[in-house]
Design a protein around this ligand. Structure first.
Ligand SMILES: [Zn+2]
Length: 350
């Protein structure tokens, strides 16, 4: 078996940079640029990097052979918000991008980006935020109508807010609050799915540094619309034989996944993944002594399914690092990143 080195520091450095780059679904340019620069930095001579018309990054690495081409995908788009309405008190009613609980963003810091590129800081607060004013404020259900963005600028009317350049449709970025602990955890919003992008980066680096290339030509789509269901529906060449979607394993009560293994998803809300490709990945993990966890994610869909629904004919499987409290304030561990990276590298070589 080929000797491979996975570098945790370079994977985590890239991951932290990506986490700190805002990219709610629909606002992808900055993050896709960060990813493109990182892959260019690997200096793999025949790596081809292109942008699809809708803004995804499509990376092609010619393999030893090209008779059964493969695909990988992970997504840079994340949860976020948009300005829905400028309220008469000058605050903002918000429209969710992606699916999550309003509780998960309560009191989170945000950045509001205007059309002309100005940025304002703010906070998502309940309309009834102060216990000194509202009895039982904590009991009120958190929903669109009971939450608002408080802007850190002097405004108490819709006209004053509009004078700041803020308008309906402006993107609102959630603070990721990235923290890498000395115990090996990475705590942040948006590990879904930036952690997986970092794993693909690490796998490419491991192969290239070992003087190797993939066994089959591989096309990687770094998608920008996964959270709304159509990220990797486009971007792959015709004739693809296999597609491994790389996305977070859902960790929590009743789940088999954890933050210390590579997750292999056998089925999710969209049904089972392809049995043969899933079994091959499992055998690769066994053969290289990579800790892995098989699991089912009940309320989950992936870009592998988006590809299938768009008419894709390849076998599709799903692997990824374990993420706790997904679509809220998430957490994973370096071990899960390393094992997922290693599994991807073994797959590329197989
Ligand atoms: Zn995801």
């Amino acid at each position: 078996m080929a000797e491979l080195t996975v570098h945790p520091d370079s994977i985590i450095d890239f991951l932290v940079r990506l986490l700190n780059t805002p990219s709610p679904t629909g606002y992808h340019q900055e993050a896709i640029e960060v990813v493109e620069q990182a892959f260019r930095g690997l200096a793999i001579a025949d790596l081809r990097l292109e942008r699809s018309p809708k803004g995804a990054l499509v990376i092609t690495w010619p393999g030893e052979r090209d008779d059964a081409p493969r695909g990988l995908t992970a997504h840079t788009d994340t949860l976020g918000l948009m300005v829905r309405e400028i309220k008469s008190n000058g605050r903002l009613k918000l429209h969710m991008l992606g699916g999550y609980m309003w509780n998960a963003v309560e009191f989170e810091g945000v950045t509001i980006q205007t059309l002309d590129g100005r940025r304002y800081r703010g906070t998502i607060v309940p309309v009834k935020a102060s216990v000194h004013i509202h009895r039982g404020a904590g009991d009120e259900k958190r929903k669109q109508d009971t939450m608002e963005a408080r802007i850190d600028a002097r405004t108490s009317s819709a006209a004053e807010t509009r004078a700041l350049g803020i308008e309906v449709g402006d993107f609102v970025f959630l603070d990721p609050r990235v923290e890498v602990t000395d115990t090996g955890f990475i705590r942040s919003r948006h590990l879904d799915d930036k952690a997986s992008v970092a794993c693909i980066f690490g796998a490419f680096r491991a192969l290239h540094e070992a003087g190797l290339r993939p066994a089959q030509t591989v096309t990687t789509v770094i998608a920008n619309y996964e959270e709304v269901g159509h990220g990797a529906a486009a971007g792959f060449p015709p004739g693809l034989h296999e597609l491994v979607a790389v996305d977070m394993a859902a960790v929590g009560e009743g789940q088999n996944s954890d933050e210390f293994s590579a997750g292999i998803c056998v089925a999710d809300g969209g049904g089972p993944y392809h049995v043969e490709l899933t079994e091959r990945l499992r055998a690769l993990a066994e053969g290289a002594s990579i800790p892995y966890k098989l699991d089912i994610y009940p309320y989950y869909g992936s870009d592998g399914e988006a590809y299938w629904h768009a008419g894709g004919a390849a076998q599709v499987a799903l692997v990824g690092p374990g993420v706790d409290a997904s679509h809220a304030y998430e957490r994973t561990h370096t071990d899960s990143l390393m094992h997922t990276t290693h599994l991807l590298a073994r797959y590329l070589l197989s």
